[in-house]
Structures are given as C-alpha cells and as structure tokens.
Design a protein around this ligand. Structure first.
Ligand code: KG4
Ligand code: ZN
Length: 352
C-alpha cells in the first residue's frame, strides 16, 4: 500500500480534472479545468456542452497530471475514474478514457462513486479513521451519512427537494449575482446585513435528518418581488444573500445536531464530524457548523476549499482506498447517472 500511486479522473459535472495521488496521502498533481465560461451564457450546466468539453480536454489534462507528478505510466498502480452519479455524457468520457488506459497499460480499473470521493476526502487530507459522521453538501446532493468504512455508508437523511448548492445557485440567479451561484452569494453576503430580511428555516426543530430548501428559495423570490422595483438593488441583494446564507447555515446545523445524536447511539466511540462537497467551501457555513459540532463535543473536520469542490485527487484517493482492499472493477462496468452511497458494498454480496 505504501508505495502505490493512482491516477484519478473526474468528469461528472462541469470540471474536467485529473490528479495523481500516492497511498501515503501525498497529492503529486491535481489539475482542475473549470468549464464555467462555456456554461455562463446559459446560467447553468448544459450537459451536451459539458460532455464535449470533457472530450476536448481530458487527454491533455491527464498528460499534464502525469508530467506534474513526474510520473510515467509504469509508475502507476491503478486508474480511478468517476463512474457516477452525474451527467452521463461527461461520466462516459472519463470512465471510457480510464478503461482504455487500463486496457492498454494493463492496470486495474477502479470505478469510483463521486459521492464516495467526497466522503473519503477527509481521510486523504486529515488521515482520520472510521467511523465518522459526514455532511455532504454539493450542487447535486445534501445528505447526512454515517461513514463506517470504504463502501459502508448508513444514510441518516437527505433533501426532499433541492440540493443545498442548487439552492445557492437559484438564489444567486434570483438576486442577479451571476454564475456560479455559491461563491457569488458568499461574496455578496459579505457586504450584507443578515437581519434585514427574515427568512424561514425549513425543517428546523423537526425530528430526523432530512432537509428542504425549496421553501427558502421561494421566500427569497417573494422578498425580491416585494421590493419597490420588484427586483433586487445591490444593497438588497447583499442583505438577502446574507440572510439566505445564514438560514442555510442554521438549517444545516439543526439537522446536524439530530444526526450527531443518532450517530452517538449507533457508534458510541465515534467522535468525528466531516463536512464535504462544494458548499463546504463556504466560510460562514463552515464557521456555524464548527461551532455546532464543538458544542456537541465532536471533532470538526473540513478539507481545504479546493478539495471540497469537485476535483480528481478525491477520485484518485477513493481509488487507492478501494485498490488497497482489492476492490477493482471490470472493463464492463457501466456508468451510472444515479448511484446512491447506500448502494455501495465493501465487498460483492456483503450487506451494508
Ligand atoms: O461538489 P461540487 O463542486 O459539485 C457537485 O458535486 O455538485 O459542488 C458545487 C456546488 C455548486 O452548487 C456551488 O454553487 C456550490 O457547490 N458552492 C458554494 C460555494 N462554492 C461552491 N456554495 C456556497 N458557498 C461557496 N463558497
Ligand atoms: Zn461533487
């Protein structure tokens, strides 16, 4: 395990990424090419454009990742690629490229679940042991999960409507803050007064660990419509962004408290909480969660922002974790647009 090196490939959404990671947790290279400019005119990711763009850039990025890592094909021990969930055209580009390399170079293929990539990142960055409680907050997902091991996830709760990153993106569009939404809302919120507008905290105070964000987004829409011009001037947009960000952080904290209670019951020795996914790049969200988790006597772990948003180092790392356990995949492995964490298994035929 110590000397193993894996190439990771990520193409499930609008970042084309390649990275080389070593089993001793060194990131030897980590390249992320954002397609933001290509999707900006449409104010959202266009799947067909994303897939074509991945195809245009993936070979060059892989060559660059190997060069940055000063490593040749013969230094690699495996090829890991995101095999889902995600936009299927893009996933196919990365997975097929990985299969071709695996075949030609006679290397094991590891078909990585993108969510498992996010879920295991804290073991790459902080070297933590299992079990831990994970809050995964990204553009497509919002869930609380007990992470018991590689391929062993217990779902505690998830969103019943929008993912939290999606709520950030839609709110940014309503406030005309630009694309992509999360960083734009965070930047605007920095100049805003979070108390001028009272926004709801959907699900807060209810039992369980589920989330809902569509009502919050609608509340922002109504607040904008009630403004004298019927649209947000820069000061109101900043105030609404701040109020929205605060409401999201509060809801995440409220649901996390319930999840911690359940996690403690099921894993009495577990005392670590990890936040991951693109929204974990948000400073205010991290701050509120860190306080909440500390008040519950749990250790708070958040990977650096660049490893919270989509990247290939997390895919290479998940590949290494699987390779170490002998969990490799055949070239017939089919890309999966939908692939919940709870469907993963530590070994074929083993219950989660
Ligand atoms: O994990 P990720 O890069 O891609 C998915 O797997 O979905 O997450 C992207 C999401 C987007 O919705 C983006 O707006 C959000 O993460 N995001 C943020 C921030 N940076 C990215 N949301 C809030 N604050 C941020 N600073
Ligand atoms: Zn992601």
């Amino acid at each position: 395990m110590q000397g193993m090196i894996v190439l990771g490939i990520e193409t499930s959404c609008d970042e084309t990424a390649a990275a080389v990671v070593a089993a001793d947790r060194r990131i030897l290279s980590d390249i992320v090419l954002s397609q933001i400019e290509e999707h900006r005119p449409y104010r959202g990711v266009v799947p067909e454009i994303a897939a074509r763009s991945h195809l245009d850039h993936i070979d060059r990025l892989i060559a660059q990742a190997l060069e940055d890592a000063q490593c040749g094909w013969t230094d690699l021990h495996g090829i890991a690629a995101t095999a889902g969930p995600g936009l299927i055209g893009g996933v196919l580009v990365g997975l097929t490229t990985a299969k071709a390399i695996a075949l030609v170079r006679d290397l094991p293929l590891i078909a990585v679940n993108h969510l498992e990539g996010h879920a295991l990142t804290a073991r790459l960055t902080d070297g933590i042991d299992f079990p831990y409680l994970l809050l995964l907050v990204s553009g497509g997902h919002c869930q609380l999960v007990a992470v018991q091991g590689v391929g062993r996830y217990r779902h505690y709760g998830g969103t019943v409507d929008d993912a939290v990153g999606e709520a950030f993106d839609k709110t940014a569009a309503l406030l005309r803050l630009g694309y992509p939404g999360g960083p734009a809302v965070e930047a605007a919120a920095g100049n805003g007064d979070p108390d001028r507008f009272a926004l709801p905290r959907p699900m807060a105070g209810r039992p369980g660990c589920d989330f809902s964000f569509s009502g919050l987004k609608t509340a922002v829409r109504h607040a904008v419509a009630a403004l004298p011009e019927g649209e947000a001037d820069p000061a109101s947009a900043a105030d609404l962004a701040a109020a929205f960000q605060e409401a999201v952080a509060d809801v995440l904290a409220d649901r996390t408290i319930n999840a911690i209670a359940r996690f403690r019951e099921e894993f009495p020795s577990g005392d670590r909480f990890v936040v991951a996914g693109g929204v974990a790049a948000n400073t205010r969200v991290r701050e509120v969660l860190a306080g909440t988790v500390a008040a519950q006597d749990m250790q708070f772990i958040a990977p650096p922002a660049g490893l919270c948003t989509d990247n290939a180092a997390m895919i290479a790392w998940a590949g290494l974790e699987r390779l170490r356990l002998g969990l490799t995949d055949g070239l017939e492995f089919a890309a999966r647009p939908r692939w919940p964490l709870a469907e993963l298994r530590p070994r074929p035929g083993v219950a989660p």
